[in-house]
Design a protein around this ligand. Structure first.
Ligand code: DGL
Length: 290
């Protein structure tokens, strides 16, 4: 029987894992954070694709039938190629070797995009993401398909993931970069009423972001702006997906366990992840690639 794999470049995917386990507590999960190579968001397409494929192959070898790329950067840069090319080969080989059941990989951008049109009233939306997610234009292209009436602005926030990965995100120094990127996106479009946290790390900064919006009304509307985190959206979407796909659901173990893997030091990951999740966990260290 198989597990659900949850992958991120580092700690950000824990915000997705946490919501998924609240929504679907019965399944067994395997979390993999590639903390040793984070941040992904400043790398090129080739590097992000290669790192993500290595993680996906690792999780499939560890018997994950369904893998969630709990990372917008990997979802924007690698998901399509993995789904259209690598998974076809992997599933053909599995069937040829009578290992039987198919595996699949899902991302976090589509479930987020589907929720946005119903949330915004002004129809002006801001996307905050890593440089790679923003340059991919994935949010803009996907939103334009389902809601062509929206005005969309984007802002890359290259310092936010490093602040979170280094544990500096609650310190006063982080306020400087919260101010910088929020000011930048709202000066692009002062009518924004919905800000998408388009990186799974960003909910760890949400308290600072929301406090800035409340206390720094550079434009009259600022305190009314909503910030959208992705955890619940992805969890609901996965639940719906499993209800429509018995070929994956029926492969999954229902033991309620979660195993944590990191490419960094296990104790360091365990300590930070325990803080983020609010309960103690013990991770194992693994190596991806060469
Ligand atoms: N959590 C990843 C995302 O959602 C962060 C990527 C990074 O490592 O820069 O984009």
């Amino acid at each position: 029987m198989a597990k659900i794999g949850i992958f991120d470049s580092g700690y950000g995917g824990l915000t997705i894992l946490d919501a998924i386990r609240r929504e679907l507590p019965g399944y067994d999960y395997l979390y993999l954070g590639d903390n040793a190579r984070a941040p992904y968001g400043t790398h090129s397409f080739d590097v992000i694709y290669r790192y993500t494929l290595q993680a996906v192959q690792y999780l499939i070898n560890k018997n994950c039938a369904l893998i969630i790329l709990a990372c917008n950067t990997a979802s924007a840069k690698a998901l399509r190629t993995i789904q259209q090319k690598d998974l076809v080969t992997i599933n053909d080989e599995r069937l040829a070797m009578s290992r039987g059941k198919p595996v699949n990989v899902l991302g976090v951008i589509r479930p987020t995009v589907e929720a946005v049109p119903a949330i915004t009233k002004s129809k002006h939306v801001g996307i905050l993401g890593t440089p790679a997610t923003v340059s991919s234009e994935s949010y803009v292209l996907e939103l334009e398909k389902i809601a062509p009436n929206l005005t969309i602005s984007q802002q890359a926030c290259p310092m936010w993931v490093p602040l979170i990965e280094s544990g500096e995100f609650t310190n006063e120094g982080a306020d400087f970069f919260v101010d910088e990127y929020l000011r930048a996106i709202l000066s692009k479009d002062p009518q924004i009423d919905t800000l998408v946290l388009g990186c799974t790390h960003y909910p760890l900064l949400q308290a600072k972001i929301d406090a800035w919006l409340q206390n720094n009304p550079i434009i009259p509307n600022t305190p009314n702006i909503q910030t959208i985190a992705q955890g619940d959206l992805v969890a609901h979407s996965l639940k719906d997906y499993l209800s429509r796909h018995p070929e994956y659901r029926e492969q999954l173990i229902t033991g309620g366990s979660c195993t944590y893997l990191t490419t960094e030091n296990a104790d360091r990951f365990s300590q930070s992840a325990s803080n983020f999740l609010g309960s103690p966990i013990q991770a194992e260290s693994i190596q991806l690639g060469n």
